[in-house]
Design a protein around this ligand. Structure first.
Ligand code: ADP
Ligand code: MG
Length: 742
């Protein structure tokens, strides 16, 4: 959801812009707008989302101006303007819903006497109904004033050589209306009781009712995202250099500004705490409602709620670059895409309306030939036109995706796009990296052993090399050295060997740290050290060997305990019939130990390439594989997987890189992501089933004359409303994180 209407810059020379599109009533309309935009020279890609009533266009900046795009949409019979900010859009939507409701009330009031008259008539109270003149007076404004929108829509569609739902409604109601007029003119008072004015009126009223309920429900579906954005505070309390405080609009805050966050207040920007201590509720970004302690040096995210402490925060990112804005953008982009099922549905609905028109004509002719009764033939044909409106079909997929991805985002699961969602619901194997995903990822040094009984020298050399490394083990070793106040020499020509170790030159010596295999290639490891390493590894500890100039200096043992909910995550996946596997670059003994503890198969000693190969093997065995990794040295395996899953911690999330981003480091959310995508696709299938079944059952019924036009209108309205309501049920979806008794 673009917060501003200004186009944002996409790739070199191209521009990206969102439009609000008015007047689309069904999937056929969305397809037409999309085609019109794609046909404008200079447009690279245009996508239209019916549920969001939004078009999303990438075009070449040199070649065209925004007016070319809006003109193209206007020529296709719709109206487009640059997307309004979320808050403006909300007001506009509300105004539109209000006006729809007023029209509906008028329409229903005029229709009611007609309907009551018809009811009494069928019950035998023939004297009590509305006289023919009264029928004309009631039905005419409905047909031509309230129903004007259908004529307009139909005219626009036909002008561009296409047909849509408006054509069906306009044609059906006009036929019933005109035939009633004809009867009235030819039979005069005799026509009393045989007129179909009420059928036209009821069809128009019910189609309006269906649309209104649908629009209300669609707004509900988009609400998750709006709720996210609405929580962004509008103002922040800025601390001036002279120590005075001013309340300024959040968008005026710049990087480096000092901001005061009071107890209970919302953090207005992303930033770093410089003073104070508190607990902060970050559920908005991470889905996690347990408050996170914050003190000087910690990062905070805009939109999170401060607890009882006073925090002084230095702003780091603002505006479109802020975490919340990026999340919102990501979710909106995902929702704007089109599932491949949807593309199929679009193709079907493009030929659906013309087919219905043909079938309706066929019905008319067949009745005329078989029974010779013009009236029966006309009424059956009208019923076919009305029942067959494909609006439920057009809403089935987008509404489910909207609610599904929205609910997942609120639970802290970000799904990049529809393709990912489609892949994710098929996942039946998950590969976990060990460090940082199933384990805490904050290893601690347990012991340092020196070959010549000098542990401190071992630690000093190792820590010196590790200054160049970002690896969690490196950080742990460094921290351990700093705690001991060891002075470290700088490292030169540092080289990391992913999944194995690191080396560099320190004070003229060539120092290497890493696993047994890595060091074993450089220097022999004596039996004592071998035995020690085996023993520690079997206990689940990570052993890092340290060598200098091809001489083994000693080993450092570290512990990285499994995350408290890792075992539950494994069980949750198994309950979903997804087989989890642990692949680690750590020693086989460590991997096996953790695997046993958590209850999943585990393989150690794997290089990043070996991990990628293992993922490919799973894939060629017919599995759809999800890979959970830290994204740094697991990049090859992440790329080889069908779905890459990144587990974020706080704000340093590589959101764009992975297909799925988990907003907090909780492995249970991996199962949550699979469950969310499955729930969404289950909804899509249900919706498509309901949309089709109405047509499959009702069109033949209408054709053989069992479904009056009035009933057909009711069934049609019900079908769209039921599809949208079914999708709305997904709004309450949350991953089931309740502990199962293991
Ligand atoms: P995992 O698969 O568990 O995430 P990695 O692939 O990141 O593990 O690393 C695998 C192994 O390589 C580690 O267990 C360690 O033995 C060794 N290693 C990698 N980088 C370093 C480093 N900077 N310092 C010491 N050992 C390292
Ligand atoms: Mg790793």
């Amino acid at each position: 959801m673009a917060e501003t209407s200004a186009p944002s810059v996409a790739a070199e020379g191209t521009e990206h812009v969102d439009f609000d599109v008015e007047g689309m009533t069904c999937a056929a309309c969305a397809t037409r707008v999309e085609r019109a935009l794609n046909n404008v020279p200079g447009v690279i890609e245009a996508r239209v989302n019916l549920a969001l009533e939004r078009a999303d266009v990438v075009f070449e900046r040199e070649l065209l101006a925004l007016e070319h795009l809006t003109d193209a949409v206007d020529r296709a019979g719709y109206h487009a303007r640059p997307a309004a900010a979320a808050s403006v859009r909300q007001v506009q939507d509300q105004a539109r819903l209000d006006s729809e409701r007023r029209t509906l009330v008028v329409s229903a009031t005029l229709t009611a006497p007609l309907l009551i008259g018809m009811g009494l008539n069928t019950l035998g109270y023939e004297d009590l109904h509305v006289m023919p003149v009264g029928e004309v007076l009631l039905a005419t404004p409905i047909q031509f004033l309230i129903g004007l929108r259908f004529y307009r829509g139909a005219f626009n569609a036909l002008r561009t050589g296409a047909a849509n739902m408006d054509v069906l409604v306009a044609l059906g109601t006009t036929a019933a209306y005109c035939y009633s007029w004809y009867l009235l003119r030819t039979l005069g008072e005799e026509a009393d009781g045989r007129l179909y004015f009420e059928a036209s009126a009821v069809i128009i009223t019910l189609v309006l009712l269906g649309k209104h309920m649908e629009n209300r429900a669609k707004r509900g579906a988009a609400a998750a995202l709006q709720a996210l954005l609405a929580l962004r505070p509008d103002t922040g309390c800025m601390l001036r250099a002279d120590g005075t405080e001013v309340e300024v609009p959040a968008e005026q805050l710049r990087q480096g500004d000092l901001v005061l966050v009071r107890p209970g207040g919302r953090v207005p920007v992303d930033g770093k705490v410089v003073e104070g201590a508190s607990e902060v509720d970050e559920s908005l970004v991470s889905g996690e409602s347990v408050p996170v302690p914050k003190r000087a040096g910690d990062t905070v995210t805009g939109g999170s709620v401060n607890g009882f402490g006073l925090l002084k925060v230095r702003t780091t990112t603002v505006g479109e670059a802020s975490t919340l804005a990026r999340i919102a953008r990501l979710v909106a982009d995902a929702q704007a895409g089109k599932a491949s099922v949807q593309r199929l549905v679009d193709r079907v609905s493009a030929i659906f309306v013309p087919s219905v028109l043909a079938f309706s004509a066929l019905t008319f002719i067949a009745w005329l030939v078989v029974s010779g009764n013009f009236e029966q033939a006309l009424i059956a044909a009208v019923a076919v036109l009305v029942i067959a409106c494909p609006c439920a079909l057009g809403l089935a997929t987008p509404t489910a995706i909207l609610t599904g991805t929205g609910a997942a985002a609120q639970a802290g699961i970000l799904i990049r796009d529809i393709e990912v969602l489609e892949q994710a619901h098929r996942i039946d194997a998950i590969v976990f990296d060990k460090t940082g995903t199933l384990t805490e990822g904050r290893p601690r040094v347990l012991a340092v052993h020196g070959t010549r009984g000098d542990p401190e020298a071992t630690l000093r050399w190792a820590a010196a090399v590790q200054q160049g490394s970002e690896h969690p083990l490196a950080k742990a070793i460094l921290a351990h050295a700093v705690e001991r106040n060891l002075a470290l020499e700088p490292v030169r020509s540092f080289q990391a060997v992913p999944g194995r170790g690191a080396e560099g030159s320190v004070a003229g010596r060539h120092v290497a740290v890493g696993n047994g295999g890595f060091i074993g290639e450089r220097t022999p490891v004596d039996a004592d050290m071998q035995a020690l390493a085996r023993q520690r590894e079997a206990a689940g500890e990570t052993v890092v060997f340290v060598a200098a100039d091809d001489e083994l200096l000693g080993v450092i043992t570290l512990a990285d305990p499994p995350r408290s909910n890792a075992a539950q995550a494994v069980q949750m996946l198994q309950a979903l019939h997804v087989s989890p596997t642990l692949l680690s670059g750590d020693a086989p003994g460590v991997a096996e130990r953790i695997g046993r503890e958590l209850g999943l198969p585990a393989h150690g000693g794997m290089s990043p390439e070996a991990k990628a190969r293992a993922v490919q093997e799973l894939a060629s065995a017919g599995k759809v594989v999800g890979m959970v990794g830290d994204g740094v040295n697991d990049a090859p395996a992440l790329a080889a997987a069908d779905v890459g899953i990144a587990m974020g911690s706080g704000t340093d999330i590589a959101m764009a890189a992975a297909g799925v981003t988990l907003m907090r480091p909780d492995p249970r959310l991996v199962a949550g992501a699979v469950a969310a995508s499955r729930a969404t696709f289950r909804k899509i299938r249900q919706n498509l089933f309901w949309a089709f079944i109405y047509n499959v059952v009702c069109i033949p019924l209408a054709a053989i004359g069992y479904l009056s036009p009035t009933l057909a209108a009711a069934a049609m309205a019900l079908s769209s409303v039921s599809v949208v309501c079914n999708s709305l049920l997904l709004r309450g979806w949350r991953p089931n994180l309740a502990a199962q008794n293991a």
